[in-house]
Design a protein around this ligand. Sequence first.
Ligand SMILES: [Zn+2]
Length: 102
Amino acid sequence: MHVKKGDRVVVLSGREKGREGVIKQSLPKKERVVVENVNIVKKHVKPMGNRQGGILEVEAALHVSKVMLICPACGKPSRTGHRVNDEGKKVRVCKQCNADVA
Ligand SMILES: [Zn+2]
């Protein structure tokens, strides 16, 4: 996964092309992410226990290949690469400005 929870991303394709948002959930096994306020679907729920039934608006997961990280350093949608930092840890780097992206 090139993006993770808390990242700001832009949607590259599909109905929500061009929308930006923050990843609120990452589903690595499905290679999908849930982006805040992007890909809203209406979900009909039945009343259950003390929960009321009705129509809920929830974010549907998007495939990770449809989103691109917005680099927090340069603010551009960027491809990411990896490098090993001075402490021997693997870090993501922005391919636009070469800044480390945590
Ligand atoms: Zn950058």
